[in-house]
Unconditional design. Structure first.
Length: 533
């Protein structure tokens, strides 16, 4: 079937339709045709605007996506998704919006928020918005046929507006080695020229009267202050631990009665979350899943750790075959559309998500993501202690993807990253935060893991991420590089918050980041960045 025929199939059958763009949203000045696009029939619709203006804003949200509103002085503040504030200990989104509306700087106030969300405000003809700290809630924006669009899923607006993929995207996603390092688009690209990916640490403004789009960076605004003494480092560990513990307390309040489940592995990130849950253990449930050999090792390690803490831990065995998966080829297309039709999703992951649609043991997964931003991942990935003082387009192209031939595609990707650097890394921002930390945060996590979360992982249930807080991440980046490389932050937080975890001696190594692979990737990076344009 063609892509259009596949869309018609998914759009027409209720069993697939309710999972098409699941937990998604669309903000637009266009009143959408629910009959033509059947997936919208069950979505909630909210109209925002004053009677004197010809155009209004319409916010469409999937039945399982929450929209929170607060109106004050002619301004409508909105938050799509969920958020909580460990600094004010506020877990109600309407109250959060009310508190933020009273702040002198609305955008700086978002630095205190944890969660997975898109938020902003509507004032007359303008809408301004941003997403959570690491952009785990994806958002694309643009103007199509004089209508404004902000959406969680690029393919949604692509189908509503009959958009055509750009020639570059078609060539890139057809490239033999494109799936290496994940099906992620470079820079701020979406599959369509009309839409861009919203960048975390920025707010975006769209105006339907002037058809003007502006982007403004609101973090960082000053140079990160590094820990220069052992006492300042210990103080930083105390602050990180406190924020994480407060986040876990707020999560337990938002999803009471053990309806929040912590996904546990034997890895460092997961153990840090578990340690910071100390004193709250009876408020959560604990689980792992087993569908591959690597996951089995993780699940067994998690089980031992939870047993050592006296916690009940459940391992979900994902079957290789199940009636739930039938017909698998159609389910595969649902995931492909949700992820933007820019690659094929991993079959094992698809089965895992479908399996959990039949599990009702919890309402939300507590996922130990984003912590990696503080763990010097580029240095570990390439076994390097230093990088160039400033990035070049070719350097970003080489970090992004393995190009072994097709030099025309390399040059086109260089151009994408040249525009990306000019747009988002102008001025003195790279004097405030090292570029390798900023790029890993704003590109790898937003464009990569954000797409994975929005397009696939939210399929069966909601997800929250206690590390996804800008002030927390800033504290992690203030720790000296060598300590970050050796995971000292996580080890010391675990030791401080629950040393019983450390005493188990259980540590799972990520086999995908072996020393041999790191050296091979480093060799490619060193060679490819030196090949003339």
């Amino acid at each position: 079937m063609t892509e259009a025929e596949t869309y018609e199939l998914l759009n027409s059958k209720e069993s697939y339709r309710k999972y098409l763009f699941v937990r998604g949203f669309c903000i637009t000045t266009c009143k959408l045709n629910r009959q033509q696009h059947s997936f919208l029939r069950d979505w909630n619709s909210t109209e925002i605007g004053d009677t004197e203006r010809e155009k209004h804003f319409y916010i469409y949200t999937h039945p399982e996506k929450k929209l929170h509103l607060y109106r004050s002085n002619g301004i409508t503040y909105f938050l799509i998704g969920h958020a909580y504030n460990p600094f004010s200990m506020t877990s109600n989104e309407e109250e959060i919006l009310k508190q933020m509306s009273a702040k002198r700087d609305f955008w700086t106030a978002t630095n205190e928020l944890t969660g997975v969300f898109c938020l902003g405000y509507i004032e007359q003809s303008r809408i301004r918005f941003t997403c959570d700290a690491a952009g785990q809630q994806m958002a694309y924006y643009g103007i199509v046929d004089d209508e404004l669009y902000i959406t969680s899923h690029s393919q949604m607006v692509g189908k509503i507006c009959n958009l055509r993929k750009s020639d570059y995207i078609v060539k890139l996603t057809s490239y033999k080695f494109y799936p290496f390092f994940g099906t992620v688009l470079p820079g701020d690209l979406s599959p369509f020229c009309e839409l861009k990916r919203a960048q975390c640490n920025f707010f975006t403004q769209l105006d339907y009267e002037t058809f003007n789009i502006e982007i403004h960076r609101f973090w960082p605004i000053e140079k990160i202050q590094y820990c220069e003494s052992d006492s300042s480092y210990q103080e930083t560990i105390q602050k990180i631990s406190s924020i994480l513990h407060k986040n876990m307390e707020l999560i337990s309040e938002k999803w009471p009665n053990n309806r929040a489940a912590i996904s546990v592995t034997g890895g460092m990130d997961s153990k840090t979350t578990l340690a910071c849950t100390n004193g709250l253990y009876d408020r959560f449930s604990y689980f792992s899943y087993d569908s591959l050999e690597d996951e089995r090792v993780d699940a067994e390690a998690a089980h031992k750790i939870c047993n050592a803490l006296g916690l009940k831990h459940k391992i979900y065995k994902i079957p290789e075959e199940s009636p739930l998966y039938f017909p698998l080829d159609v389910w595969t297309e649902v995931f492909r559309f949700n992820s933007g039709c820019i690659g094929i999703n991993n079959l094992n992951d698809i089965k895992k998500r479908i399996y959990f649609t039949n599990v009702n043991d919890f309402d939300i997964e507590v996922k130990s993501w984003v912590d990696e931003i503080g763990r010097a991942r580029y240095h570990k990935r390439f076994a390097k202690r230093s990088f160039p003082d400033s990035p070049t387009p070719r350097y970003l192209t080489s970090l992004y993807k393995a190009f072994f031939h097709n030099r025309a595609l390399v040059r086109a990707t260089d151009n994408v990253f040249a525009q990306y650097l000019d747009t988002y890394y102008a001025g003195n921002v790279l004097e405030l935060v090292p570029w390798w930390d900023l790029l890993y945060w704003e590109f790898e996590w937003n464009a990569g893991e954000g797409l994975f979360l929005t397009g696939e992982q939210l399929f069966a249930y909601d997800i929250t991420i206690p590390f996804n807080n800008r002030k927390l991440l800033e504290l992690m980046l203030s720790v000296p590089l060598e300590k970050r490389i050796h995971d000292c932050i996580q080890k010391d937080v675990i030791s401080l918050m629950n040393n019983e975890i450390q005493k188990t001696g259980i540590q799972i190594q990520d086999v995908s980041h072996s020393r041999k692979r790191a050296l091979m990737e480093r060799a490619y990076l060193e060679i490819h960045t030196r090949i003339p344009f």
